[in-house]
Design a protein around this ligand. Structure first.
Ligand code: PEP
Ligand code: MG
Length: 323
């Protein structure tokens, strides 16, 4: 019965009270996108564009980029695809954008910051995304990684607008962006929490170092506080008919118990590797929004990451069935 519970994922994404939480996929290539669509993803919540070009020493041409992005859009006709602009640097170096000699690559010129040192690359990428959107039927949203300030968000939104892209957003993965979420979100249409980096930067613990894994845990109450600040800031920045939805596209969204907590903290969509969709969907279907909010309060007030995890898991009996 366990396997059948998980295999039953139909892409319906409905909680016990009927509240909908779209479950999206993280993908790096067109081939990934086809697999994600087959697995029932409602769309793409994170297209890591640097994965299309990791083997490249030079900047891909606009035509090559149009082909790479178009292959992803084609797998999700009429569906939402959130494209992240190049996140080069630190754990994802790209020779044409990043300087291998930086003393602290995680705190260096990475993500959106490469626009400071390699002007033009971002404009060409946005032009390619716009052209691929025009050639396909997907609903394309575009977001910048490693945004730290509202000024950066405003600059990115202006570049998107100049390229003809209508839905600009930011990743919230630097604590300063979470702490100033209302100002940041006033400049853009949405945010996506990158909990991998947000945890690394909140805990000052390199995400690639095994010995720091206990610190590098998105269940850390400090990280959950930053998630809440972001959701609350986005709600404050939303006006009338202009909501600013906040999603999560870090690994935290793939942990079914944590996914419930994230929804309880005010997160609207979850994006994860396709293989996690079924379990997250199965667990969300067993709780109401009010229960998720209670579990979020429990996790936020726990004295440690392990206590938060344990207290929440104890309230979700379906996890035993899923194994
Ligand atoms: C994150 O930081 O959580 C994220 C989704 O981006 P990446 O893992 O690609 O840095
Ligand atoms: Mg990141």
């Amino acid at each position: 019965t366990q396997a059948s519970t998980v295999a039953a994922f139909s892409g319906s994404n409905v909680m016990a009270d009927g509240f909908r939480v779209p479950l999206l996929a993280n993908v790096g290539t067109g081939a990934d996108a086809v697999k994600a669509a087959d697995a029932g993803a409602e769309g793409v919540g994170l297209l890591r564009t640097e994965f299309c070009f990791l083997d490249r020493d030079d900047e891909p041409t606009v035509e090559e980029q149009i082909a790479a992005y178009g292959a992803v859009f084609a797998a999700f006709p009429g569906k939402k695809v959130v494209v992240r602009t190049l996140d080069a640097g630190a754990d994802k170096p790209l020779p044409f954008l990043t300087n291998a000699d930086e003393p602290n690559p995680a705190l260096g010129v990475r993500g959106y910051r490469t626009d400071l040192t390699s002007p033009g690359v971002l404009e060409r990428q946005l032009a390619a995304i716009a052209a691929a959107e025009a050639a396909n039927q997907a609903e394309v949203w575009v977001m910048a990684p490693m945004i730290s300030t509202a000024e950066e968000a405003a600059h990115f939104a202006a570049l998107c607008s100049a390229a003809g892209l209508k839905t600009p957003g930011v990743m919230v993965e630097v604590p300063s962006a979470a702490l100033t979420a209302a100002s940041v979100l006033r400049e853009v249409s949405f945010a996506s929490l990158g909990t991998n980096d947000l945890t690394q930067y909140a805990m000052a613990a390199d995400r690639q170092l095994g010995p720091l894994a206990t610190l590098n845990d998105p269940w850390q109450p400090a990280v959950l506080q930053l998630v809440k600040l972001t959701a609350d800031g986005a709600a404050a920045a939303s006006s009338g008919g202009n909501p600013r939805p906040v999603g999560v596209c870090g690994e935290a969204a793939a942990d079914p118990a944590l996914a419930v907590v994230l929804v309880g903290l005010g997160v609207a969509t979850l994006s994860m590797s396709a293989r996690a969709l079924a379990a997250v969907s199965a667990v969300l279907a067993t709780v109401t929004v009010a229960q998720a909010q209670q579990l979020a309060t429990t996790a936020l007030s726990a004295p440690s990451a392990s206590a938060a995890r344990q207290a929440v898991r104890a309230q979700l009996p379906i996890l035993d069935e899923l194994g």
